[in-house]
Write a new protein. Sequence first.
Length: 104
Amino acid sequence: MSYLSFAFMTPQSGGNAGGGMIGTLVMFALIIFVFYFMIIRPQSKRQKERQKMLDAMKKGDRVVTNGGMHGKIVGMEDKTVLLEIAENVKVKVEKSAVSAILPD
């Protein structure tokens, strides 16, 4: 055999190694794709909706806090909300503690 024909011969046992690597990369990409659409994207959508709700709060809205307290917003600051939970009973809570705005 000549030197050139020997140099271009492919080994019989190493031919499947490239296909295994590509298959692994495809599976890895598929896992990342599924992870993004099943976990990351829905979580970011919920976070945007929650931020929109917190930004839309205004005086007079009835809200529920994470602790289950119901109240009416009587004052607002940058990061806090003043809730009236009973007549002449007011509580200051963080805006992030508000879990829902109740319909009128």
